[in-house]
Design a protein around this ligand. Sequence first.
Ligand code: BGC
Length: 705
Amino acid sequence: MERARKVEAQMTDEERFSLLISVMGTNATLTDKDPRIPEDVPMSAGYTPGIPRLGIPALLMSDASLGVTNPGYREGDTATALPASIALGASFNPELARRSGQMVGKEARSKGLNVQLAGGLNLHRDPRNGRNFEYLSEDPWLTGVLGAESVKGIQGEQVISTVKHFSLNCNETNRHWLDAIIDPAAHRESDLLAFEIAIERARPGSVMTGYNKVNGTYAGGNETLLQGILKGAWGFPGWVMSDWGATPSWDFALRGQDQESGVQIDVMMWGQETFPGPLREAYAAGDFPKERLSEMVQRILYAVFDVGTDRWEGTPDVDLAAHADIALETARQGIVLLKNDGVLPLDALSGSGGPLKIAVIGGHAQLGVPIGAGSSAVVPPGGYAESHTIGGPGIMGGMRNLYLLPSSPLAELQKLLPGAAIEYDPGMSPAEAALLARRSDVAVVFGIRVEGEGYDNADLSLPWGQDAVIEAVADANPATVVVLETGNPVAMPWLPKVRAVLAAWYPGQCGGQAIAEILTGDTNPSGKLPLTFPAGLDQTPRPELPGLGTPWGTPTTIHYNEGSDVGYRWFARTGQRPLFPFGHGLSYTRFDYAGLTVSDRDRVRAKFTVTNSGPRRGADVPQLYLLEDPAGARMRLLGFERVNLDAGESRTVSLDVDPRLLASYDTDRGQWHTPGGSYRVALGHAAGNYALEADVSLAEAWFGR
Ligand code: BGC
């Protein structure tokens, strides 16, 4: 911070103000090139000029939730397209998160981009949220731990990463006018806890605010969140940038926002560039203090110096083959086998007198796999296999497309099962699909849905009549397997009729290969659900989604009444059985747990043994839950660990529990509190599916801020 202060002191006000905005490059939304972006600078989501005389590099910002984005920005440029963050969440693998962050950092740096708009940490509160695919999970611990590793991976390459969207940007419907209401203590125990964990572990250079309001005040101008919690209680030293077009008022600068992002979008939204215009006027009029201007600049400089974007030497070697392996490995570990009554793996099946006849149906499986739409879209090496315009109301309509990455599940299955007779049907009509299914030994039918930024799903169903196709295929062939490629849970009216279901999410540029490997058995599935699959919307906290169906621009209030009981916690609190629980995921082998002991020295520590008691090597994710504290039932994921084991192999695992997960937040005292008494914990395979339970006694404690 000392260096940031010294450098800032040498600046002119002109230079100071120049750092307080980013200008958006040309893309599908903005087609006119902004003259403030120099010719030799690659287009990206945001550009902030440097100050060469003081050794301050320009900031070049690019989206990077699932790889370095490029559609529309840089002609011909491509990057490794990772599986959606929800798939990374399903891997429960922090090490993979680190590697994918590192990959993003390297690719960004090789393109001259030094700020990555990555680290999507909003919790999956609503199974309709169009952006859940960009977020990791419904749980604060899982989200915080994985999010931290990906930020560390990026920043290890001297590229700044954000975490976003701070906070409660958990629905897309009317997001610019959405007021998210939550009990402040519950907020600390849920979405804010995910941010707190990621920020303290990874020290991201910047935090991006959400578009929405929180308890009546826009996130970007929310003093309680920005000054009180982020910069106050947590001591965050970096800078707060707005989301693109989320700075309606100059006095956000007085309430904690340090930089206005994508100023042209503010013109589209609010009719002004806010910091270059009204903020400067306020400064000239003496309404905006010099000390605050200096602080804003110092925070940006601090992040630049801390992460080292000013000390780049040379260009990193980008090994695209190694990066493709990370995309492949994430898909392998993130795809979840939801149901299997023995039909999978396919390599154990034999044809009825001749080669195994496999029908592959629907989902454009002959071409590739879909991705989520919006600012996170990545063009893979070689380009998309197909892109199809969908459109919709609002400023995100131009980015709402069906993009297919060229990794065809059909072609990959053919490679892995050369002896099988595989035929494809596009799934255009139930009747036509049933014809092929009827004369096949097994039918693999794909269900896809384009979800994306700016739009919530209206319900849980698959679009384009795909449910009817699946139903007809299952009626025609009792050996039907469904592969879902979606960013959220879907309703499964056909579930009892099908023999296996895979949730493949948006599986990235090697997704077709990973799906095929899991279907055939070349890869043993190990993904676990990072969010609960409800049986229907009536089980969720909001059967009706506020604002759904109203025109773009309608002010909307959403009550997150579930508070910190998000996802599996809500199901535990209301005693409901979901379709598939959080943490659930099947394997082709079996895992047993034994010897659970729970002790409390500095921290609560659980110890136990995991044994692979099945026939083949595989990975498991034992999960430790709090079931009850002295005040009564209270469900919390306390820890997890991904373990790889050969058949017959055992491993002892220890999990140290973060004390905040056992505590409640007390807003009056501004501290975490654990009441003294007995705490019941359980070790299980999923929320609600426990193998062992134990009690531990804790003394009363107040801690933290
Ligand atoms: C998104 C952000 C993104 C920004 C820049 C916004 O629409 O909400 O996540 O980083 O655009 O592309």
